[in-house]
Write a protein that binds this ligand. Sequence first.
Ligand SMILES: Cc1ncc(C[n+]2csc(CCOP(=O)(O)OP(=O)(O)O)c2C)c(N)n1
Length: 381
Amino acid sequence: MCGINAPIPISDAHLDDLRRIILKTVNKDQVLILSNIPRVPTSITSVLRNISRRYNVPLSTLRRNAQILKSMNLITYGEASDFSGVELTELGRFITELTAGEEPSLLGTMVQTVSGLRPLGTVLKGLRQRVLRMVAEAGSGHLGASLSVIDILAVLYFVKMRHDPSNPEWAERDRLVLSKGHAAPALYAVLAEAGYFPQEELVSLRRLGGLLQGHPEIQIPGVDASTGSLGQGLSIAVGMALAAKMDEAPHKVYAIIGDGELDEGQIWEAALTAGHHGLDNLVAIVDRNQFQLTGRTEEVKAMEPVGEKWKSFGWEVVEADGNDPPSILDALDVCELTGGKPSAIIAHTTKGKGVSFMEGNKFSKSIPDASELARALAELA
Ligand SMILES: Cc1ncc(C[n+]2csc(CCOP(=O)(O)OP(=O)(O)O)c2C)c(N)n1
């Protein structure tokens, strides 16, 4: 028999019971807040804003639930006017550990598309199918490069970035420079799905007189920079980020660079400039798919240790699985918390990702014939 003050031994069955009881006490949104409180001090407002964007929960709902968690002594934070960060209390940490795993998966999260709210995982499959159809129909285009970068673009446009497809020129929008502009089919598919222009335009890829040429151009709604000549996009992004700093504007600038593109000297000139100016509103994402046109990047011109190179130029460096949306989002969230310097994400990806027989380099330049297209689409169904 247990004495009145003796601790009750907790078995796994007890923990399961406790977990069930707690999940009846705290609601889904409160679990979301508890499980998304970073270890580094961050204001309650930016934590709730991140959760709101990531899981599509209205900010007002999250604010109310944060107040409830505070009144339950599970989290602490100051008033909006003071800048003390949000933290889990000891009890809050215990409850968070017990409820771990209750967070909805990012692939199942509903994201806003032109055809309404849809799960991110479903959106991604549709995007890959569209890229395949566009390139097959056009008879040219960089398929492998587009399939490797599409998860990064989708997480940016459907989860992370502040932007408004009904107002492409919105001054406060976050900017995206696709420096590896030859992956334009992926960008176009994402922009159409977000609602920047009709999906029907996608079939005009590379057609004379059509809206969507082989590389992004700023006259296309949603495209922030004309790119295609490798090496130049990061310089454009640095200029945008520097201008935002001078204007005290809140938006962020993202630049996506190919790993072969790192051979271009201009990349390192831009990297040095961004480091010098401490551009913490700039994130460069390296699509580290290990291949360029003529072979493996490490054989053409060895770049490793690539992260160390960015660090030595004054950048914060984060590694991510660039074909795994939660990993991409975590890396982007870490970059948001970095102050005083620009961030580089080394995003490890696979060229041709998503279609088993295209993964690797073989299909990066070649165009699928009708039967290959059918097989690829079937895999993504
Ligand atoms: C200045 C310049 N030189 C050459 C090209 C032709 N080109 C198009 S894609 C490509 C390979 C790029 O490789 P990488 O940066 O690794 O991107 P990936 O295709 O692997 O995503 C090249 C050389 C170009 N677009 N710009």
